[in-house]
Design a binder for this molecule. Structure first.
Ligand SMILES: *Cc1c(COP(=O)(O)O)cnc(C)c1O
Length: 396
């Protein structure tokens, strides 16, 4: 039967709720989904055109495993320009999405007996990818009053001799909060002192509001840069989730190990998608501020409306496209059919009672919260909020 390894993992919770919502939709139910983890914008036309051109020109064969040189060079230039980071092409690996980059990093770095510190709320795949690679996730719960950012004190307490890495994601999915330079400096100091790697998932770097500027932990000093694997990709910034292109940048020896693993599993990411990604980094960037302005409007509206609902509170997120709302006041309440024992019961209740899909905080290791994506239209947000409010009012 199936392996011990396969038994350790569960399906991605965010994807499975989305699947259930899609099934209800297919059955004719008008579901409003706040569960999606991808921009509701179409991939820009210049990017699509680059892919079509690649097909027409016959660019449809194997490429070098770690990505075509033009794309690696373009990514290196981007890292220099946006993040002040100097990486050579042999310090960059292009993969089948950022999730694949994260997985390659876990494969290349973790061994049995290693501990990996994961601040919660975390992105759903970090603990499972750690388990799949024989290491032990060490979950550190952050506090809402700290804007879900791990404190140096919490981090120091979690470090042991077995600590191999810490996984950071900023701006964060699910909370929408980010780390500023000062917070990153404190973490970098602890990581360098204890010689631990930082897996730095920066996939939402372009999606920051109110003029906030993203800082990569790798840019703090050369010591932390050596120990950081920067993870990024095209899915979120360029609305390219289906194209599957992400990348990692880091120490050449680690990147080489990741490339070897990739060469024995997927080989190169899709040739056509690589040409599309090349156009995304090199072409006009005006799509991003347009998308950001729209997200910003929805962010302010959604969060204000959530805070106007009795028993719901939500801090204003700084980035990404998620609101992480506190619903603790409703836990223990009842509907005629069920008790709202936890966030996952709440998500089920809202799906069944109001045809509103969202993701329970428990999926991200944080009980008492719900994650609502605002990568959906203003009309849907308005209607969804109306339904949410009336379903919550029925609980006693
Ligand atoms: C969407 C997402 C990813 C994965 O992105 P892909 O490039 O599509 O694989 C990785 N990390 C976080 C936090 C995400 O939200």
């Amino acid at each position: 039967m199936i392996s011990k390894r396969a038994k350790k993992v569960k399906p991605s919770a965010t994807l499975s709720i989305d699947t259930k919502a899609k099934e209800m939709k297919a059955a004719g139910i008008d579901v409003i989904s706040f569960a999606v983890g991808e921009p509701d914008f179409d991939t820009p036309d210049n990017i699509k055109a680059a892919a079509i051109k690649a097909i027409n020109e016959g660019f449809t064969k194997y490429t070098p495993v770690g990505g075509i040189p033009e794309l690696k060079n373009a990514i290196a230039a981007k890292l220099q320009k946006d993040n002040g980071l100097d990486y050579k092409p042999n310090e960059i690996l292009v993969s089948v999405g950022a999730k694949h980059s994260l997985y390659n990093a876990a494969q290349a770095l973790y061994s049995e007996g290693d501990e990996v510190i994961i601040p919660a709320p975390y992105w759903v795949s970090y603990p499972d990818q750690t388990l799949l690679n024989d290491a032990a996730p060490v979950i550190v719960e952050t506090r809402e009053e700290d804007l879900f950012v791990v404190s140096p004190d919490q981090l120091s307490k979690a470090v042991t001799k077995k600590t191999k890495a810490i996984v950071l994601n900023y701006p964060s999915n699910p909370t929408g909060f980010t780390y500023d330079r000062k917070a990153l400096e404190a973490i970098a100091e602890i990581a360098v002192k204890n010689n631990i790697y930082v897996i730095s998932d920066e996939i939402y770097e372009m999606l920051l509001y109110d003029g906030l500027k993203h800082v990569s932990i790798a840019s703090i000093d050369p010591e932390i840069k050596k120990r950081t694997i920067v993870i990024n990709g095209f899915s979120k910034s360029y609305a390219m989730t289906g194209w599957r292109i992400g990348y990692a940048a880091g120490d050449a020896a680690v990147i080489k190990a990741m490339e070897n693993i990739q060469s024995q599993s997927t080989s190169n990411p899709t040739s056509i998608s690589q040409k599309a990604a090349l156009e995304a980094v090199n072409g006009p960037q005006d799509f991003i501020p347009v998308m950001l302005t729209e997200f910003d409007k929805r962010r302010k509206y959604l969060v204000a409306e959530l805070n106007a609902i009795d028993g719901v509170s939500c801090k204003m997120p700084q980035g990404a496209f998620y609101a992480f709302a506190n619903i603790k006041a409703y836990l223990g309440k009842k509907s005629p059919n069920m008790e709202i024992a936890d966030s996952s019961a709440m998500a089920l209740y809202l799906l069944e009672e109001a045809a509103v899909a969202l993701v329970p905080g428990s999926a991200f290791g944080a009980e008492g919260y719900i994650r609502m994506s605002y990568a959906t239209s203003m009309e849907k947000i308005t209607e969804g909020l109306k339904r949410l409010k009336s379903a919550l009012q029925k609980l006693a």
